[in-house]
Design a protein around this ligand. Structure first.
Ligand code: R5P
Length: 292
């Protein structure tokens, strides 16, 4: 038997299988039954290594169900393996990394305690929404990025004079990194929210760069699609050509994909941190390199 086991959570089966092949680990599969009251019952099949286990499970919706399943898998792995690494390709709750308003609970801090409590000795996440989140962990933690894998995919497409665009200033560094590897220019839009009406306004000082070009909107995640839709509508008014979206985590909640396409996006390309139609970019090699 291999000295390493990859324990596949139900939310990350494809990625876990690919990772196990890459690192030549024994794959342990899980069968999950969710009862009508919401409880999860997990049954594992396969032998868990005494030396090292790697649990792979993304925490996307239903977030709390996937979270308890992740913790259960780590806990079981720790009963057998002396070392348990938790690979969380999409880390839910990472947007709750600080107290934005007085009284708010920093749920990421709770997760950090839970992961340690059940026996994980290291956490690996992919493009975690906020690096601040990892500061709450007292075990080893590492964030890896899917950008090089996304860029590799985009290099195979024939785009016309492409321009990389961040939908907001917060994503500027991400767009810059993408553009550097893609060898193109980039811009970051400015998103302003009216404090009274809540209305979002988009602008840019670089409108002149957009017309006639194919664009790649780069973001870490698409949740409801609101940010991408607003940016696309704005960019279409600036007479761009096609709009592509490159993102790591495509949650695509509430029919977001359909709405995004309706706004004029030609194609969404995302990583397999969350399985789905758009998740064509494999990050198993990037994760494998982070497991040392
Ligand atoms: C914002 O800071 C993030 O990078 C994403 O742009 C955002 O979370 C996406 O959410 P939605 O798709 O709901 O606009």
């Amino acid at each position: 038997m291999s000295k390493i086991s990859v324990i596949s959570g139900k939310s990350s089966e494809d990625l876990a299988r690919k990772l196990s092949r890459r690192i030549k680990a024994n794959l342990v599969k899980s069968e999950v039954k969710v009862f009508p009251d919401g409880e999860s019952k997990i049954t594992l099949s396969g032998k868990i290594s005494k030396r090292r286990s790697i649990v792979v499970q993304s925490i996307y919706p239903p977030v709390d169900t996937n979270l308890i399943q992740t913790l259960s898998l780590i806990s079981k792995a720790k009963e057998i393996s002396s070392e348990v690494i938790a690979v969380i390709p999409y880390m839910g709750y990472a947007r709750q990394d600080r107290e934005f308003l007085p009284g708010e609970i920093i749920t990421m801090k709770v997760l950090a305690k839970l992961f340690k409590g059940v026996g994980a000795s290291k956490i690996i996440a992919v493009d975690i929404h906020s690096i601040m989140s990892l500061k709450h962990f007292t075990i080893k933690s590492k964030n890896v990025t899917a950008i090089p894998d996304l860029v590799k995919y985009f290099k195979k497409l024939s785009l016309k004079n492409p321009l990389v665009v961040s939908p907001d200033q917060g994503g500027k560094d991400r767009a810059k990194e993408f553009a550097k590897k893609f060898e193109s220019e980039y811009i970051a839009l400015e998103k302003k929210r009216d404090k009274k009406t809540g209305k979002v306004q988009i602008k840019t000082k670089n409108s002149d760069k957009v017309a006639g070009r194919d664009l790649i909107l780069v973001d870490d995640m698409i949740s409801t699609g609101g940010s991408i839709i607003k940016a696309t509508q704005f960019l279409k008014k600036q007479k761009c050509k096609r709009v592509y979206v490159a993102c790591t985590h495509a949650l695509l909640i509430n029919n977001a994909e359909k709405k995004i396409r309706k706004a004029g996006v030609t194609r969404i390309i995302s990583a397999n941190t969350i399985p789905g139609k758009t998740s064509v970019v494999d990050v198993s090699d990037t994760i494998a390199k982070a497991i040392v």
